[in-house]
Design a protein around this ligand. Structure first.
Ligand SMILES: Nc1ncnc2c1ncn2[C@@H]1O[C@H](COP(=O)(O)OP(=O)(O)OP(=O)(O)O)[C@@H](O)[C@H]1O
Length: 313
């Protein structure tokens, strides 16, 4: 494997009331990497430590081979950062703001103007770039934040929740843009989200954390490959009672099967031999329900949490 872009070893961050990162050991190579976790999972804390902006309590980390504890400024020269929260001044234009950020990172005036024009074009801001940011839509503001992260031509960008507040179309556009940052410029990307499943199409590799701990780190394809999992969906019963899948689930678990859900009404049943199909059909029939769907399916990242919860019991 090529040199890891990011590598941490037992990285831990304790605040007085909470352990935000707990012995996190993870290594990711070049490409587009998704950092997935619920709110409070520790994503922003990890990003701040990787940028050398906050010290770890224990453990170590390297970004582009540089030590986060002692080489923070060298890291920030080579890494772009798009913060989660809006940090944009309303009275200046995108061009003025991004030129300013380019100058701050050390580019001479003429190079700063050229790079600014390039990155604003790349993120899809054209005539609007001369108008004050205060009048921009959320999508446009997110693009300005992305542009300032790219303007000093970094080797890696850390994007904290770049799709936050966007509608589905805006989200898709942002994800396409992120993909192109790597494909067209060769800039590696670490992108965070609390929306499970959102990054399946965008990322080569996914790191999933929960409560500061590593749940899983692997190629996206490994998350979504076909598994021994059956999706089961049943009809509403005649008596009109809701959530018939709850009764089905109880019966399946009682029969010794491992059952999760997709977060909605679909049950996900571990296949334990061919008899699993018959068992499901029998139980559904005994409960007086009909089968809408019974099929082997692919994993989605979203299931990871549902399945973990089941595995804990
Ligand atoms: N400066 C701080 N002081 C005390 N606790 C903190 C601080 N920063 C973060 N935390 C706590 O650490 C945990 C992880 O927070 P973090 O912001 O890293 O999570 P996150 O995954 O980025 O979530 P979000 O998307 O909501 O920001 C949370 O419980 C949070 O309350």
């Amino acid at each position: 494997m090529s040199t890891p872009v990011i590598a941490t070893d037992a990285l831990t961050k304790r605040f007085p009331a909470v352990t935000a990162l707990d012995q996190l050991t993870v290594e990711v190579g070049p490409g587009v990497v998704g950092l997935v976790g619920a709110n409070g999972a520790g994503k922003s804390t990890l990003i701040k430590i990787l940028l050398g902006l906050a010290p770890a309590t224990s453990g170590s980390g390297r970004v582009l081979g540089l030590d986060v504890a002692t080489q923070g400024s060298a890291i920030r020269e080579r890494v772009g950062y798009m913060p989660e929260h809006d940090c944009l001044p309303p009275d200046v234009s995108a061009t003025e703001f991004v030129v300013h950020m380019a100058r701050m990172s050390g580019l001479p005036a003429s190079a700063a103007r050229e790079r600014t024009a390039d990155v604003l074009r790349h993120v899809g801001l054209y005539e609007e770039r001369y108008r004050p940011i205060g009048g921009y839509s959320t999508g446009m503001r997110q693009r300005v934040k992305l542009a300032q992260a790219l303007v000093h031509d970094p080797q890696l960008v850390l994007l904290d929740e770049p799709t936050n507040g966007l509608d589905p179309a805006g989200r898709d556009e942002m994800l396409d843009l992120i993909r192109r940052v790597y494909r067209e410029f060769g800039i590696s990307v670490l992108v965070t989200t609390h929306l499970l499943g959102e990054l399946e199409r965008t990322c080569d590799h996914l790191v999933v954390i929960d409560g500061g701990r590593l749940l899983r780190s692997s190629a996206t394809a490994r998350f979504t490959e076909a598994t021994q999992l059956l999706a089961v969906e049943v009809t509403e019963p005649d008596d009109g009672s809701s959530e018939p899948e709850v009764a089905v689930r109880e019966r399946l678990v009682a029969a010794g099967l491992t059952v999760g859900t997709d977060g909605g009404h679909v049950l996900l049943v571990e296949l334990a031999g061919e008899q699993t199909y018959d068992l499901i059909r029998d139980i559904v029939a005994e409960l007086g329900l009909g089968l809408v769907r019974l099929e082997q399916r692919r994993h989605h990242v979203a299931e990871l949490f549902a399945r973990e919860a089941v595995d804990d019991h």
